[in-house]
Design a protein around this ligand. Sequence first.
Ligand SMILES: [Zn+2]
Length: 208
Amino acid sequence: MNKVVRWLLLQVFVISLCLSTTTSAFAFSVIGGHLNYPPYYKNYWCSSDVYVPGVSPNANVDQAMTRWNNTQNTKVWMFKTSNRPSSIIDFLFNPFYDKNVMGATHFYRNSTMVEPSNNNWSWCEIRINTGFDWSKVTDPNGNRYPHMVFSATAAHEIGHAFGLEDLFWTWEGDYLMYQNIAFYQEFGVYGPTNDEVKGVRSIYGALY
Ligand SMILES: [Zn+2]
C-alpha cells in the first residue's frame, strides 16, 4: 500500500469513528436532576377536560402515558388517579400568555419549585396550552390531527418530568425530545423512541 492510500484510509477511519461516537453518545440528553424515585407504580393526575378544538385533553394525555408505559424494560409504569395528592405528575390545561408555546414542565420538591439541572424533584406540573392552535401543525403527509399533536406534546413533556433534556441538533429531529414539534411534523414521531428508552434506563435503571 502506498503512503497516500494509507493516509486516505486513516482519514476515513477517523471520520467514521467520530460519526459513530456522536450518534451513540448524544442520542439522549439528561437535565441533571430527576424524580426522587422511578416513575414505577406511581400516579399521575389530570385536571378536568376543557374545550379544545379537535382535542380530548384527558384521553390524549392517557394515550401519551400509555406509550411511555409500553416502553420495554424501563421503570416506567404510571396509573391515572383522581386523588391529586397521590400524583407525582399533575397535568393542567390552561391558556398560556404566549400562545405559541405548546407545553411546559415545572419541577417541585414538596411545595417549592426547584431548578432541575442541579436538584432532584418529588413531583412535576405539566401545563399544556389550551390556547394553542393544535390544528396548525401537520403530520409529514400534510394531515391535521390535533389530538395527535396534543398527545405528542404531552409525551415530550412527560420526558422532561422523567429527567430528559431537549435535543438541539437538527439531525436529532426524529427523537421525541427534540426541542420543537418538528419531531412530529417532519418525522411523524409521537411517542418515546429507542433513545428516550435508553435515557430513562440510564436515569432509573432497567427492570432486568
Ligand atoms: Zn422540551
